[in-house]
Design a protein around this ligand. Structure first.
Ligand code: DGJ
Length: 716
């Protein structure tokens, strides 16, 4: 140890002694996390749970477990951080330096706790932003290399949290293309459960970075302690849930360290992604509303603005369209009464026209014989018709059959010495390379410069990273997964800065890429290519735990066209509504129904998109699904009730509504009726007190298969 290190250690020891047994509290309205600076100078998490009203109680808390566990010391469970120091030593021992708490610009309470390794100078700062009213905490970590030479970060968690309660249940979400959002719940016993992905770009194709964790007992919608957790990282993530020998749970969240050892130069800082979570002690329903409220206010792009209804041409035409067909479809959009026409894949490429998914990706010029008037003509046509125009892009990808690939093969992630492997006939551009970042930014920038009338982008991402090798990163291949995502954020940051009012849909062959960091750049996400309404009931239900209706795009299509257009439309109305259908596939009655539904949606979208959501019946639990939205001041509410495959003799109980004012009288009206149809609900057009609606309920469910009812409930 040289003299500087010695002096630094003495100062650190003095600081540590001064703060011995100090408590640091990260609090929201309902939750406290309490950290203890112990006599040995190390930081422990003593508590996480319900808010503790009396500060004097803190001293009685158990000692706790090392807050941000390091590799190589005396706790043998999974560490949050593992640093290979320049001398090859792989141990890290962190002691407390100081902490600061202040109110941030967005009103959240920001706590930063600084820790340091006396021997190596490694600094670790634990950041927490507590959103008191929404009961949401976001947390991340900064790691500074205090050495004179580079070190290797082998593990670098965003967050480590310790839960006690003895019993835990984890709900995970799994799936695949057109099969997203399968929820399954299992108890966590001794040992580790890992949720992770290694897909790079379409990172969440098999599982999104979110989980539900029940503590103590298995939470229901209205009972139990439950945590909803979400990592803001648009790439490989990993959650590790480890139950130790005391039945305590250690939860580590962050970037997946798989093939991602990260070299940190002298004095450089590594900032991890943010982990967002809420704790509820009243079950899942409250937890979801916490996240929805927080997201709309602080995280989701344009979270407090409205959303545009649209007609998309993907399923109506696939690649087979020309200017005339598109103009006709715009006419359909006008007839439906939606706000926008969205042109999907297939509009670009000349040497290799994009007439299918095998070629053209990367060549972002309009196909001359398909669109002779270019995008100009389409924007003008939309403007003439009084609607907005949006356009699809997939700017991170390339088909090997493209001019881009021919010109810039070094921009493509591919192994120099092996055959290429394609996913949907395409490959991923290397966004770790700043030139590629410029190119991807340029795709949006060029379109917006040439056609400022473009009002919306659908940003797709259909391939995971295959053939993992960056020609730009050379000997730092293990940086690729991480630097790719940083490159993507650079691009999205530039777009947001230059076009702050441009709404964009996040799409990845469905919802193969979805997280709250991405949603700070995107206003909404495409929940699934599967638009069969029966499937969508499950998929949208699963996403509703984390994302408000405003963020969740749902379109009426011809998937499962054996179901009525009413059933299909009613399902989409629980999200950000759109259509992807030709009016020629609809009868006059169906069209009239949709027109009416669009009008209703326009009137009710403040309730559906910005209101409180209550899941009343889960499609996972039986042949019905019911969701209710309640608007501000509990003046209006909308209920969506679906019967899927009830049995013939099934007896149904009334549906008890939630979130209303007991003393207010509400008129109940069934809306979204087929032309000429009359409501068969006894409650239609009657007035009830909120108390009645919440305690006696309404008979909304029946044994009529694949039927639905939408109720508008208005305070008198
Ligand atoms: C996958 C998306 O999920 C679809 O909606 C559509 O945009 C296609 N890509 C286009 O290739």
């Amino acid at each position: 140890m040289n003299i500087r290190h010695f002096l630094a250690s003495v100062l650190l020891c003095l600081a540590t002694m001064a703060y011995a047994d100090e408590f640091i509290r990260v609090s929201t309205k309902s939750t406290d996390i309490v950290f203890r600076v112990s006599g040995n100078g190390r930081l422990y998490q003593s508590y996480m749970g319900r808010h503790l009203a009396d500060e004097a109680d803190l001293k009685h808390l158990p000692h706790g477990t090392e807050a941000y566990l390091t590799h190589g010391m005396e706790d043998y469970f999974e560490p949050a951080i593992d640093v290979r120091h320049a001398d090859g030593n792989a141990s890290t021992l962190l002691t407390y330096v100081d902490h600061k708490q202040e109110t941030a610009a967005d009103g959240s309470r920001h706590t930063v706790i600084r820790l340091q390794d006396k021997e190596y100078g490694t600094q670790v700062s634990l950041h927490f932003s507590a959103y008191a009213d929404e009961d949401v905490i976001k947390t991340h970590t900064e790691i500074v290399n205090g050495e004179k030479k580079p070190v290797m970060l082998e593990k670098y968690a965003s967050s480590m949290l310790h839960l006690t309660g003895g019993k835990y249940w984890l709900t995970e979400f799994s799936g695949n293309w057109a099969d997203e959002g399968h929820m399954s719940t299992a108890p966590l016993n001794f040992g580790k459960k890992v949720l992770d992905t290694k897909l790079g770009t379409r990172a969440n194709m098999f599982t999104p970075p979110m989980f539900i964790l029940s503590v103590g007992e298995q939470a229901t919608e209205d009972h139990g302690q439950v945590m909803l957790g979400q990592l803001g990282w648009t790439g490989n993530f990993r959650f590790t849930f480890e139950v130790d020998e005391n039945d305590d749970l250690r939860l580590i969240s962050g970037i997946n360290p798989y093939f991602s050892s990260y070299e940190l130069g002298a004095k450089e800082t590594f900032t991890t992604p943010e982990f967002y979570f809420t704790m509820s002690y009243e079950g899942l329903s409250r937890a979801s509303r916490n996240l929805h409220n927080w997201a709309r206010k602080y995280q989701l792009k344009d979270g407090q603005k409205g959303r545009m209804t649209l007609l998309n041409n993907w399923e109506a035409t696939y690649f087979d369209f020309n200017e005339e067909k598109l103009c006709n479809l715009m006419g359909d959009a006008v007839k439906l009464g939606v706000d926008m026409f969205l042109l999907d894949d297939g509009w670009f490429g000349n040497k290799y026209p994009r007439h299918g998914d095998t070629q053209g990706l990367g060549d972002w010029q309009e196909t001359a014989n398909k669109l002779p008037g270019k995008v100009t003509k389409l924007v003008e046509e939309a403007q003439k018709k009084g609607i907005k125009f949006g356009i699809w892009i997939e700017p991170e990808m390339v088909n090997p059959k493209s001019e881009l690939y021919e010109k810039h093969k070094d921009w493509v992630i591919h192994l120099p010495n092996r055959d290429e492997y394609y996913f949907r006939n395409q490959m991923v551009l290397d966004l770790s390379n700043p030139k590629v970042q410029d190119f991807v930014f340029g795709v949006v920038d060029r379109l917006m410069t040439d056609y400022p009338g473009i009002a919306y982008f659908k940003w797709d991402c259909n391939s995971p990273i295959t053939n993992i090798y960056s020609h730009y990163l050379k000997d730092k291949q293990t940086h690729l997964y991480v630097d790719y995502v940083h490159g993507l954020y650079n691009v999205l940051e530039r777009i947001k800065a230059k076009y702050p009012n441009l709404p964009m849909m996040l799409c990845s062959g469905g919802s193969g890429r979805i997280d709250y960091k991405a949603l700070s750049y995107f206003t909404e996400f495409w929940a699934s290519d599967n638009t069969d309404p029966l499937e969508r009931l499950f998929i949208q239900y699963a996403y509703s735990y984390f994302y408000p209706a405003k963020a969740t795009c749902a379109h009426v299509t011809t998937w499962n066209s054996g179901t009525s257009v009413k059933f299909r439309t009613d399902v989409t109305m629980m999200g950000k509504m759109g259509f992807d259908i030709k009016l020629s596939d609809m009868s006059q009655n169906d069209l009239a129904y949709c027109q009416e539904a669009v009008k209703n949606y326009r009137r009710l979208s403040p309730v559906i998109l910005d209101g409180d959501m209550f899941r009343l019946y889960s499609p996972y639990n039986g042949p019905h699904a019911v969701t209710q939205f309640v608007g501000t001041n509990q003046q209006s509410s909308v209920v969506f009730a679906f019967n899927t495959y009830p049995r013939w003799g099934e007896r149904n109980n009334p549906v008890l509504l939630k979130g209303l004012k007991p003393d207010t009288r509400y008129r109940v009206r069934e809306i979204n009726m087929m032309p000429g149809a009359k409501s068969n609900l006894g409650c239609n057009d009657r007035v009830y007190s909120g108390q009645y609606l919440m305690n006696v309920g309404l008979s909304l469910l029946s044994t009529r298969k694949i039927t639905s009812h939408v109720l508008e409930i208005t305070a008198e």
